[in-house]
Design a protein around this ligand. Structure first.
Ligand SMILES: [Ca+2]
Ligand SMILES: [Ca+2]
Length: 224
């Protein structure tokens, strides 16, 4: 009887969901593997060899103000600079299919003018020998922190489910175009990057409840 009871306890101790449901980065513990690449084309995929880094960790001035660190990109040349995602943003991300991607962004310089580069905010993901990308920020970044969210799905990225699933099963890199202004003038920031898995659908939840009820009735009949 003890063995049966132990098995029952073990059953209820099993994790219901073994997949990660959130990837997030607020730069509170440093750069954390984030980097940059430069390309000659706005949405290009071939990194240039560059020696001057546009990347710094700003200790203050994130969306929460003093003490809120964020990642700052200062334009250094006429190429297009892209943020390269760091630790935790690679490997099998299949669990995030149809999830929600969100991040905060700002342009701290220039504070006025109209030399916007529309490719700012072009989000590109690489994986399984494939790539997909979309422009997630169609308008000018402002001097105030702004939050942008979008659906992390094949339909939104304009690729087939086959290509999308291939990418997500083995993500090798994610880039975000942070070149916002014509001329070597702009300073931009990003913070609070997150990817949240889609909510579990109702049918499996209902099935789980029925299963647990059946277990409880079994135990009640045998042990109580
Ligand atoms: Ca932060
Ligand atoms: Ca520029």
């Amino acid at each position: 009887m003890f063995a049966k009871f132990s098995a029952f306890v073990l059953l209820f101790s099993l994790p219901l969901n073994t997949y990660a449901s959130l990837i997030t980065e607020d730069f509170s513990s440093g750069v954390n593997g984030w980097g940059y690449v430069q390309t000659s084309d706005a949405d290009g995929t071939t990194p240039l060899s560059t020696s001057t880094s546009p990347l710094t960790l700003a200790a203050n001035g994130g969306p929460l103000g003093t003490g809120d660190s964020y990642l700052q990109y200062t334009d250094v040349d006429t190429n297009f600079m892209h943020a390269v995602f760091g630790t935790g943003w690679s490997g099998d991300l299949s669990a995030f299919n149809n999830g929600t991607f969100s991040f905060d962004y700002i342009q701290t310089a220039p504070t006025s003018g109209s030399s916007f580069i529309s490719d700012f905010g072009f989000f590109r993901i690489f994986g399984g020998g494939q790539t997909a990308g979309i422009d997630v920020i169609p308008s000018n970044p402002s001097v105030n922190w702004t939050t942008q969210s979008f659906n992390f799905s094949a339909a939104n990225f304009g690729v087939s489910n086959t290509v999308w699933n291939t990418i997500l099963s083995d993500v090798t890199g994610i880039w975000l175009n942070v070149e916002s202004w014509n001329g070597v003038t702009e300073v931009v920031g990003i913070d609070n990057i997150s990817l949240t898995a889609a909510t579990v659908s109702e049918p499996p939840t209902l099935s789980l409840l029925i299963f647990l009820l059946a277990c409880w009735m079994f135990v009640r009949r045998r042990f109580l």
